[in-house]
Write a protein of this length. Structure first.
Length: 318
């Protein structure tokens, strides 16, 4: 980032945004500097380790924040759990930032080896997870497995920057709950006519933040859908609860809903390319239909996190 180039693009980031089609988001020098001011509770003597799979909001920005605070930032790209643990042992960070998918794979591998955070990284004070929703069960496993005194669940987007935060040590984590908005974020659920809805009522979620981008690059149509009157519309439907937390809802077309059963398994998967998708698997069609408004856990999958396991399995077979 260069002083005097405030409104000029610092970098372009690809985002699937509201339509699932790749679009470019321009992060200006001023916007990049503003996002880097999010401190994440870092001190000048802290060591921060970030896995590149955490993306821009959950990865690059914490690196910038650590450097501005005078700390040390380590960026790791090893996908296999053995490589990740070796990096943790060698660099001994105080704070660790991971994507949801990589955190899931890493904790499963550690449990299979009988390891826990105290053995791997005794200096670790906080674990930050971003990229996909985290279930209460997974959050507890992360806290117990890594042994960090605090676990932070982040929700945000390329377009908006960080939006909400859930601190596992102080906040009760419920299904579908992505946490409380940051102090600089305003969130509303609105009806089809744009009228704000009461708390607890489902509508289209919109966000306002000084850390949000203003438009997509060379895509007026997508910009008009996502950026309107100072608000950012990500396409998510949900509710703002009485306590101020945000809950995300998923709508299923009626022509597809008849396949859903009470025993259906739901997964949130992210491919190597393309957007994140929620998928449902119904193995017992004789079970009762899934009722309208049902709340279910979502198993989180990440293609980038699955690749090392597939490679490892292939080597064992060969």
């Amino acid at each position: 980032m260069v002083e005097g180039l405030g409104s000029k693009p610092w970098m372009h980031i690809l985002s699937s945004g509201t339509t699932g089609q790749a679009k470019r988001v321009a992060i200006t020098h001023d916007l990049g500097a503003a996002r880097a001011q999010v401190r994440y509770g870092l001190a000048p003597t802290d060591r921060v380790m970030v896995h590149v799979g955490a993306g821009v909001t959950g990865g690059l920005m914490p690196v910038m924040s650590a450097l501005l605070a005078g700390g040390t930032a380590i960026m790791a790209d090893g996908l296999h759990p053995a490589e990740a643990l070796e990096s943790l042992r060698g660099h001994a960070p105080h704070h660790l930032f991971l994507s949801t998918g990589h955190a899931t794979q890493l904790i499963a591998w550690m449990q299979g080896k009988g390891l826990h955070g105290g053995m791997v990284c005794p200096r670790l004070r906080s674990l930050h997870v971003a990229g996909s929703p985290v279930s209460p069960a997974l959050a507890r496993k992360l806290q117990q497995g890594f042994g960090a005194s605090s676990v932070h669940i982040h929700y945000g987007s390329t377009e908006t920057g960080p939006l909400t935060l859930r601190r596992l040590t102080t906040d009760a984590l419920q299904e579908g709950d992505v946490g409380r908005p940051h102090p600089w974020v305003r969130v509303e659920a609105v009806g089809t006519d744009g009228t704000p809805l009461p708390r607890g009522v489902t509508g289209l979620l919109r966000f306002r933040s000084h850390l949000a981008a203003a438009e997509y690059v060379a895509d007026d149509g997508a910009s008009q859908l996502a950026f309107r009157d100072g608000w950012v519309y990500l396409g998510d439907r949900g509710r703002v609860m009485e306590d101020g937390s945000v809950r995300i809802d998923v709508e299923v077309p009626r022509k597809e809903a008849h396949w859903l059963r009470t025993s259906s398994v739901f997964t949130l998967s992210r491919g190597l390319v393309g957007n994140t998708a929620i998928r449902a698997y119904s193995g017992i069609l004789a079970d009762p239909p899934l009722p309208d408004g049902a709340m279910r856990k979502v198993l989180v999958g990440d293609a980038a996190a699955e690749v090392p396991k597939l490679v490892s399995q292939a080597r064992e077979v060969l």
